[in-house]
Design a protein around this ligand. Structure first.
Ligand code: FAD
Length: 295
């Protein structure tokens, strides 16, 4: 089933993102954690892809394992900036062989090593090139793209960022997933602006539950996300108490999701960080609040 069909269904649903093992010795742990998350019966699950190729070989393996055991589709991420056309083509063929139809087409982050090289020699500079490549195949891909309510860190302003986002969507993106955000107003403003720019595909807000204090710095560094004072106060108060911080993070994420639901958003993507207990905590909270609407 295509993710875009799931997103067009007006029933309220959540989906979970997981990441593949970084090395072979972690395979069993990651397999077990992702299966536990799958048992929560999300609308679908996505599996990230290592930009530098480090974890990329396991992305399809995790997706295939879950798809063989559970009755919902998988979305596999694919990045291109540190690859050449042949390597990307090979990976696309492997996806086709595995029967994967849903792909998140990403550029990937720029590493200092890559940035030190001559940009004119890169096979890919932006995700739009990967979207166009995927669309050349005689295969029914459902393609997702990333978007940034707080503007991609490399963009000089939001107008430019949305202009390139429109180009990416027009190249063949079927749905968009947002970077994490911790203030829903940023998402509502962004949604208004992209709709005004003529981007009409479904958009999936990405919610990151921050359940330990160390994650905060890393999340801000990776995403450049704005941390509301309300959230900073939680971390100040509970950051040194792991159990309390975990519950506070689950409650904050649930609160964001409930606010999105109350404002008419029916699809939510949760960055589970491979933590079944956190994913379960959010799911249980939503079931308690939404009851039958969420069964
Ligand atoms: P693009 O859409 O190419 O945008 C990157 C920058 O280039 C933006 O500033 C954009 O405005 C600009 N731009 C776009 N087109 C043009 C153009 N034609 N000319 C000039 N400038 C242009 N990373 C991973 O390594 N693995 C993952 O699995 C992964 N999953 C992600 C999932 C989501 C939902 C999100 C939001 C991010 C994910 N990332 C992942 C991180 C992502 O790779 C980085 O944020 C990366 O820096 C940008 O990727 P993109 O696909 O959004 O790039």
């Amino acid at each position: 089933m295509k993710i875009s069909d799931i997103l067009n269904d007006p029933k309220f649903k959540i989906s979970f993102e997981v990441f593949p093992p970084k090395k072979e010795t972690s395979w069993d742990n990651v397999k077990e954690a992702t299966e536990e998350i799958a048992k929560l019966n999300p609308a679908f699950m996505s599996v990230t892809y290592g930009a530098g190729g480090g974890t990329s070989r396991y992305t399809l393996d995790i997706a295939k394992n879950i798809e063989s055991k559970f009755d919902f589709p998988m979305l596999t991420h694919l990045t291109c900036v540190s690859s050449d056309k042949e390597a990307v083509s090979r990976h696309i063929e492997e996806m086709k062989e595995a029967g994967i139809h849903n792909v998140m087409a990403l550029r990937g982050d720029l590493t200092p090593e890559l940035e030190a090289t001559d940009r004119s020699k890169w096979a890919y500079t932006n995700a739009v090139q990967l979207v166009r490549q995927l669309r050349e195949y005689d295969y029914d891909f459902c393609i997702g793209g990333a978007c940034y309510p707080e503007v991609h860190p490399e963009s000089s302003n939001q107008r430019e960022d949305i202009k390139y986002l429109k180009e990416k969507v027009d190249a063949g993106v079927d749905f968009l997933t947002t970077q994490m955000f911790f203030d829903n107003n940023l998402f509502y403003n962004f949604l208004y602006k992209i709709r005004e720019a003529g981007i009409t595909v479904p958009i999936l807000p990405g919610i990151m539950p921050i359940t330990n204090a160390n994650q905060v710095e890393r999340a801000i560094k990776l995403s450049g996300s704005f941390m509301p004072q309300r959230f900073k106060s939680l971390v100040d108060k509970f950051g040194s108490n792991p159990d309390a911080m975990k519950q506070a993070g689950i409650i904050y994420a649930t609160d964001q999701i409930i606010d999105l639901y109350a404002n008419g958003i029916t699809n939510i993507h949760v960055y589970s960080m491979n933590k079944p207990d956190v994913a379960r905590g959010i799911k249980d909270n939503l079931s308690a609040i939404l009851g039958k609407e969420f069964e």
